[in-house]
Every structure is written in C-alpha cells, then in structure tokens.
Design a protein around this ligand. Structure first.
Ligand code: F6R
Length: 240
C-alpha cells in the first residue's frame, strides 16, 4: 500500500501557504501546466495567495490550462452559488488566464471533458478539498473508485454544507457534475488540503482506514504522488 505524504502545519494559514508554494513551483517550472482546481471555503485563501503571486510576483498564468473538479446541475453559469462564479470571483477574473483554457464538467459533456483532459496532456497537479463525509470533488461515499466524470446525486450533508451559497437548503441543487475518482487518480500529482476540526474524522478515516468507497478520499492511498496538507485541528484524529 502506498501512503500519501502528510504534512501537518500549526495553522490553516501555514497549510494554505504550503499548498500555494506547490502550485507556484508547478507553474514556475511549466508555464503551460495543466491544473485541476477545487472550490469551497478551504480554497479561498489559496486563490487569494495565487492572485497575489500573479500580480506582484509575476506568476505566469496565460498559458496554464484548468479543469475544475465539479459544478452544480440545473443552475445558470452566473448564478451566485455556481462554482463558475466562485472561480471567476476568486481567481480567473483577477488573472490573465485564457478563458478558452478554462474547463468545467457539464451535463452531456462528460466524454468531451475527459477527452479535453487527455488532449491537454493530462493533469499535472490536482488540487482537492475534503468533505466532512470524505467526499473529493462531488464523489460522495459509495462512489466507485473506477468512476469517471458523471452526474451525481448530492447527499443531504453536502447540500447542508453548501446551503448558504443558495440562501436555503430547498434552493440548494440536488445534483452536480463531478470528475470521477479514477479521473482524479489519473493526475500526475494530487494535493489535498484539509483545515479545521470539522474535517478530522473524514481525514483520519481516509488515511488510517482501508481504501473503500465509503470514504472516497481513501482512494489517495492508491496514488503514487499524493500529498495531504492539513492544520493541526484537521490532523487531530490521524494515528499513522
Ligand atoms: C469543491 C469540491 C469539494 C470541496 C469540499 C470541501 O470543488 O471539490 O469536494 O472541496 O466539499 O469544501 P469546503 O472547503 O467548503 O469545506
């Protein structure tokens, strides 16, 4: 069994800085890097730091290609809760990323999305968060480890966690498009950021428990180049 490397930092800020450094190094080494991107509260600090590095440090982004992990179904692309809106607001609109190099999974476009990843040469670095139930992307517990990009049903826990972006639980979408677990594992390097005590059970189970569909993040144990970066609160339950 391959074990992901786990880096525990004292604070969330230090963990964010460490993840941002890996992204910056990847882009500095390869200006046409292919990045797999995540959204969610955990990632806001990452995009803030990347934008700062772009504006003040000259981080080149014009030739980078991006593939976001997921997007809700049945909402307009400019809906305030859409991940496209999140990415535009926190990252894309503040950089010179070429809009034609930005990709999101869309209903009916699953095969085209997977093909676009292959044509781009595969993902160099995939950024991941983790849900309280161990989900990565929107691969909820029970997702097959061989799953590819597809439409999924969101669990009540995930909808509740994201309800504030939609005003109420009732208005929160029930379905989403997500890269599959196998799609994620195809990336040459994977980096998962987990911060906060509310992630400690899912994280401990993902690294100490067996690889199983019940905790999708446990699939990272199968990846030869996975790095898990967390703060001490999220790491509190880890034994190994
Ligand atoms: C979002 C995504 C999700 C989040 C996860 C954690 O693109 O892929 O798996 O990473 O739900 O979300 P936060 O960071 O809001 O706790």
């Amino acid at each position: 069994m391959i074990r992901p490397v786990i880096a525990v930092h004292r604070t969330a800020e230090e963990a964010e800085a460490a993840v941002t450094s890996v992204l910056i190094e990847t882009i500095a080494r390869k200006a046409d890097a292919v990045l797999g991107l995540a959204t969610g509260k955990t990632m806001i600090g990452i995009y803030h730091r990347l934008v700062r590095a772009h504006r003040h440090g000259g981080l080149p982004l014009a030739r980078a290609t991006t593939f976001n992990l997921d997007e809700y179904c049945d909402i307009a692309p400019d809906h305030p809760g859409a991940f496209r809106t999140y990415m535009r607001h926190h990252f894309f609109a503040k950089t010179n990323i070429d809009p034609s190099r930005i990709h999101f999974p869309a209903e009916g476009g699953e095969a085209a999305f997977e093909r676009a990843i292959r044509i781009a040469g595969g993902i160099d670095l995939q950024l991941l968060g983790i849900g309280r139930n161990g989900h990565i992307g929107f691969n909820e517990p029970g997702s097959s480890l061989t799953s590819r990009t597809r439409k999924v049903h969101l669990t009540p826990m995930t909808r509740e966690a994201n309800a504030e972006d939609f005003g109420s639980l009732e208005r929160t979408p029930t379905h989403a498009m997500t890269m599959g677990i196998a799609t994620i594992l195809d990336a040459r390097r994977v980096i998962l950021l987990a911060t906060g005590a509310h992630k400690r059970h899912a994280l401990a189970d993902a690294v100490d428990g067996p690889v199983r569909a019940g905790n999708p993040a446990s699939a990272l144990q199968r990846h030869p180049n996975a790095l898990i970066v967390c703060d001490s609160a999220a790491a509190a339950g880890i034994e190994v």
